[in-house]
Design a protein around this ligand. Structure first.
Ligand SMILES: *Cc1c(COP(=O)(O)O)cnc(C)c1O
Length: 366
C-alpha cells in the first residue's frame, strides 16, 4: 500500500473525535454526520486552528447544516442532464464524467452532497458504460473527470479510465478535477504523474479556498504536476467567513500563481442543502473581482461565475465597466474608477448599419 493510501485510511471519520476537538455537542455532530459524511485527512486537520478557523469551517461538521431552509439536494439539476449514469452533459462540446463518490475530505459546502460517500454508485461497469456513451457522441471533445475525487482511485484505475478516453479519437482534451493537492498532497506522486503523461493533453483543476492551504507540501504537489506537463488551474468557492474578503482572495490568487497554478473560476456558492451559512450576496464576488482587476496581474483574476440553479450552466459576472454609448464615444470606467472615453470614428460608424446605430442610440437614451 502506498503512503497516501495509508494516510487516507487514517482520515478522521468519527464525529465524536471532532466534537471533542472543536467543542461541538457530540449528539449534534453525530446527527450531522448521519446526514452528510465527514472526513478530514490528518494533514489537513493539522492545519486547522481553533473554532471559527476558515479551514475548520470548510471541513468540520456544523449543527447549522441541519437548519438550512432553502438548500437543494441537486442544485445544478445534474440528474436531469445525465443521459447515462455517471455522465453530466450540459454544454455542447464537453461533459462531466463522475468516476467515484469518495473524497479525501468531505467539504461541508460540497455541490454533490447528495452523492459523496455513497457506496457502489460509480462501479467500473457504470464508468465503462458512460465512456461508451462518450465514444458514441462525437460532439464531446472535452471530458472532465470528477466525482468525488478521481485521485482517490489508485494509479491503475485512474490510468485505465484516462487511457480508455484517450482511445476515443474525438476526445481532444481530458481534465481531472481533484482537491488532493490541497487536502492530501502526498497523493501526487512521481509514479502517478509518470503513469498519466502518455495520455496528454491532460489538464488538472484543483481546489484551494484559503491562502493558509498553500503549504510547502501543497506547493510541491502542484509543481510536480506542472513539471510533468499538466497545466494546473484552480477553482475557488466563495464562502462566507472563509474567503469573502478582497485581501484574503488577493493573497490566495497571488500565492497560487507563485506555485504555477492559474486561478480559473471563482464560484458563487451553490444552493446546496446544509450550506446556507456559506452563502454571500453576489455583490461580494463582484467586489472581490473589482479589487483584483487591474490591481494585480490579469493572470491572478479568476472568472467569477454563478452556476445557475436548475442546470442553466455557468454565468459569468463582471463588474460594470461600459458606462454609456453615445453617438460619438463609448464611456468606460478604468480600474481606478476614472471615466475614460473611446471615440467612435467616422469609419467605424460607416461600417455599422443604420439600423444597428439606431438601436444603440436607443439603448443609450433609456
Ligand atoms: C463546469 C462544467 C463543465 C466545464 O465548464 P468549463 O467552463 O469548460 O470549464 C462541463 N460540464 C459541466 C456539467 C460543468 O458543470
Amino acid at each position: 500500500m502506498e503512503n497516501w493510501q495509508k494516510e487516507l485510511q487514517r482520515t478522521i471519520v468519527k464525529p465524536e473525535e471532532l466534537a471533542k476537538l472543536y467543542g461541538i455537542d457530540v449528539e449534534k455532530a453525530r446527527e450531522v454526520a448521519r446526514r452528510y459524511p465527514v472526513r478530514i485527512p490528518r494533514y489537513y486537520l493539522d492545519l486547522i486552528g481553533s473554532s471559527g478557523d476558515p479551514l475548520g469551517l470548510q471541513s468540520v461538521p456544523a449543527p447549522v447544516e441541519l437548519e438550512d431552509p432553502d438548500g437543494l439536494e441537486d442544485p445544478l439539476a445534474e440528474e436531469s442532464q445525465s443521459p447515462v449514469p455517471g455522465l453530466v452533459w450540459r454544454y455542447p462540446d464537453r461533459a462531466l464524467l463522475l468516476v467515484t463518490t469518495i473524497c479525501a475530505m468531505y467539504c461541508r459546502f460540497c455541490t454533490r452532497k447528495r452523492l459523496v460517500g455513497k457506496k457502489n454508485v460509480y462501479t467500473p461497469q457504470v464508468v465503462s458504460k458512460a465512456i461508451e456513451y462518450i465514444a458514441q457522441h462525437p460532439a464531446i471533445r472535452d471530458v472532465i473527470i470528477s466525482g468525488g475525487d478521481p485521485l482517490t482511485l489508485d494509479d491503475a484505475t485512474i490510468t485505465g479510465i484516462v487511457s480508455q478516453l484517450r482511445k476515443i479519437a474525438h476526445v481532444d482534451i481530458i481534465r481531472i478535477d481533484t482537491k488532493t493537492p490541497c487536502v492530501l498532497p502526498s497523493r501526487i506522486t512521481d509514479d502517478l504523474c509518470r503513469a498519466l503523461t502518455p495520455y496528454h493533453p491532460i489538464y488538472i483543476n484543483t481546489h484551494f479556498n484559503h491562502p493558509r492551504e498553500l503549504t510547502p507540501q501543497a506547493r510541491e504537489a502542484c509543481e510536480r504536476l506542472v513539471n510533468h506537463g499538466f497545466p494546473v488551474g484552480n477553482q475557488t468557492v466563495l464562502l462566507k467567513d472563509v474567503n469573502d474578503d478582497p485581501q484574503i482572495m488577493k493573497e490566495l490568487m497571488l500565492g497560487l500563481l507563485k506555485m504555477r497554478v492559474k486561478p480559473y473560476y471563482l464560484y458563487q456558492c451553490d444552493l446546496i442543502e446544509g450550506g446556507s451559512h456559506f452563502r454571500t450576496p453576489i455583490e461580494k464576488g463582484l467586489e472581490i473581482i473589482e479589487a483584483l482587476r487591474g490591481h494585480v496581474s490579469g493572470m491572478a483574476v479568476p472568472h467569477f461565475v454563478v452556476d445557475a440553479p436548475g442546470g442553466g450552466g455557468k454565468i459569468p459576472l463582471i463588474p460594470e465597466t461600459l458606462l454609456a454609448v453615445t453617438e460619438k464615444e463609448w464611456v468606460l470606467k478604468n480600474f481606478e474608477g476614472k471615466t475614460v472615453t473611446y471615440p467612435r470614428s467616422e469609419i467605424a460608424l460607416k461600417s455599422e448599419s443604420a439600423k444597428e446605430r439606431k438601436l444603440k442610440t436607443e439603448q443609450t437614451t433609456c
